[in-house]
Write a protein that binds this ligand. Structure first.
Ligand code: AGP
Length: 606
């Protein structure tokens, strides 16, 4: 995720560009850059850091210009460095371009351009585009014609915008699978990766569709189809949002937006190169012993990993809460320690890793923030590419980490011959179904979960029960409830009940039980047994299950049904329900959803 903002007007636009790109910072904030046309010359400034810091340090507002494009980056290809920051220029300096998305065929294109004598300065996929523009301009002597040729060779997803000294009064832009829109002001026209880029200046927008490109100048714009080259009539859309709503994509809170982004973040997790998943699996396999560490939510992700690796690869890897790691783990040079962290900055997890390294252990990590302390510290890192997670409560990042860990477990299973190639591939096939199934659940179950959550929102104490791999799901769902709704929720393995907790069960105790699909016979029966124990004492049970309606009617006080799926992905779906249930309980209780009291997004103190 990155942000694009562009403006062309009658007067100086550098302040408009600043406001536009600052509004987009929620999409990515590890580096920032601008290209401005100043007396027919391109001025390009870029650096690592947030938008405000960049504009101040580079003194961007002092450059007067009537046309420019800006970019805020969330790195996917290439490290967070000034050289990898957008805009990118052609060798001759006549083109400067900003881009969102991934150019899938950038490697062969880059090799070809290198052979033809083009020089590259970055590790990014984006940089091929300005070089291609230069190459095709030399052939056609026409910027639009060069752009069309570029669009015909690019594969992958993109929204990009560029300036060219050959047409110094126009912004050129194009889109495929990445959002792009124009803002139509009276004296100024805008380009943005979403409305937020210009919403404070104009509420009139034109949405560019896949396969279209646009040429924008101060007093006009044209949108064309990149195949037929015909002009496309585009309606002007009135934006009713304010800039805050727009940043949240129309959702009332980042938490809900991020829950709804999960089909995409799971796709991103499934698209991660097999090589990096393999390397982490290798790190684990080569260690004489291994540990998973994380804290809060990521400790529960680590617990999930413990179960899935045991299930698929037959290896027992303890999960330890980072804050307890030094007290508990006995690591040495032959150990492998795998950390899980959204921010990559959490003090406890960083300390656990430093401790492990001080004992000579090899370290690996799954993190969401490129260039973060943990990403830089470890020997092996997987960047999960979930995009910025703004809500303090982790949802999409944790769910993606679980998906990545299933992939790691599958590779380990294959390496250790616990799984045949056929079993491995079948499991991968089930994982591939996840994004669409999550989307279906979000579309079809949210309303019902909302109603149930509202109905029981006054409940002060919940028990969250799950057996086997549903135990970490219960723990994580209970943590969501505590941190966003401030309601007491205790996660517990179902089998634990009869060893004490059962004594307090009566009609005033409310439980949520995460039930596996029937195919998981033993776990299914054992979980239903826990439900019976509670019901026999008149306790309330909300059962989340995969059976058909009415199958266990008398067993549950309330039931929530999920579509029949493979046991491999079932726990992930249960977690989506846990997230939504907490969110809707919290909205009923009018909590400050995205910034719960006493909590911070990244806990960098011990
Ligand atoms: C998640 O909802 C919590 N706010 C918290 O437990 C968090 O997961 C924990 O602090 C670890 O953070 P990290 O993933 O950034 O390392």
């Amino acid at each position: 995720m990155c942000g694009i903002s562009g403006a062309v007007g009658l007067k100086n636009i550098s302040n408009l560009l600043y406001e536009g790109i600052r509004n987009l910072e929620y999409r990515g904030y590890d580096s920032c850059g601008v290209a401005l046309m100043n007396r027919k010359h391109l001025v390009v400034r870029k650096n690592v850091g947030g938008v405000e810091e960049f504009f101040r340090k580079e003194n961007v507002l002092s450059v007067r210009s009537k046309i420019g494009v800006a970019h805020t980056r969330w790195a996917t290809h290439g490290k967070v460095t000034p050289l990898n920051t957008h805009p990118f220029q052609s060798c001759d300096g006549h083109f400067a371009l900003v881009h969102n998305g991934i150019i899938a065929n950038f490697r062969p294109l880059k090799e070809q351009l290198l052979r033809e004598g083009h020089a590259f300065v970055s590790e990014t996929d984006t940089e091929v585009i300005p070089h291609l523009l230069e190459k095709f301009y030399q052939e056609t002597h026409d910027v639009e014609a060069a752009l069309v040729k570029v669009l015909h060779v690019l594969e992958g997803s993109y929204a990009f915008a560029f300036l060219s000294t050959h047409e110094p009064d126009q912004i050129f832009c194009a889109r495929r699978e990445s959002p792009l829109m124009l803002g139509i002001g009276d004296e100024t026209k805008f380009v943005g990766s979403d409305f937020t880029a210009f919403i404070d200046q104009t509420k009139n927008a034109v949405i560019i569709d896949d396969g279209e490109y646009a040429i924008v100048s101060r007093d006009s714009y044209v949108v064309k189809n990149s195949v037929t080259l015909e002009e496309v009539e585009k309606p002007i859309v009135k934006i009713h949002w304010d800039s805050e709503t727009s940043k949240k994509g129309g959702y009332p809170h980042y938490m809900l937006k991020e829950i709804y982004e999960q089909p995409h973040t799971v796709t991103a997790a499934l698209d991660l190169e097999t090589a990096s998943v393999d390397e982490l699996a290798d790190l684990i396999a080569k260690g004489e012993d291994a540990y998973f560490v994380g804290v809060g939510t990521t400790y529960y992700v680590a617990l999930f990993a413990k179960y899935i690796v045991s299930q698929l690869a037959g290896i027992f890897i303890p999960a330890i809460s980072s804050d307890e790691f030094a007290a508990l783990a006995s690591v040495n040079r032959k150990s492998a320690v795998i950390a899980i962290s959204q921010s990559g900055e959490t003090y406890d997890t960083l300390s656990a890793l430093k401790f492990a390294r001080s004992r000579g252990a090899r370290t690996g990590a799954i993190v969401n923030v490129m260039g973060s302390s943990i990403a830089r510290l470890v020997d092996q890192v997987i960047l999960q590419r979930s995009g910025p997670e703004i809500c303090v409560i982790s949802t999409k990042a944790a769910l993606s980490q679980m998906v990545i860990l299933i992939r790691v477990a599958l590779r380990l299973g294959l390496k250790r011959k616990k799984l045949t190639r056929k079993e491995h591939d079948r499991a991968l096939g089930h994982l591939q179904e996840l994004p669409a199934i999550i989307q279906g659940i979000l579309n079809e179950r949210s309303g019902f979960i909302h109603r149930i959550a509202h109905k029981y929102s006054k409940t002060r104490h919940w028990l969250y029960l799950g057996r086997g791999i549903y135990y970490p799901i219960a723990l994580e769902s209970a943590l969501k409830m505590k941190e966003v709704a401030y309601v007491h929720a205790e996660g517990m393995p179902g089998g634990f009940l009869k060893h004490g907790t059962l004594a307090m069960i009566d009609q005033d105790i409310y439980s949520i039980v995460f039930i596996p699909p029937r195919k998981d016979q033993e776990l299914y029966q054992a979980t239903l047994h826990s439900v019976e124990e509670i019901r026999a004492r008149n306790g309330f049970v909300l059962g989340i299950h995969f059976d058909e309606r009415g199958k266990n009617k008398e067993l549950f006080s309330e039931e929530l049904m999920l579509p029949p799926v493979s046991p491999l992905i079932a726990p992930i779906l249960q977690l989506v329900i846990g997230q939504l249930f907490s969110y809707f309980t919290a909205t009923s209780l009018k909590r400050t959803i995205d910034k719960p009291r006493s909590l911070a997004k990244s806990v960098t103190v011990g």
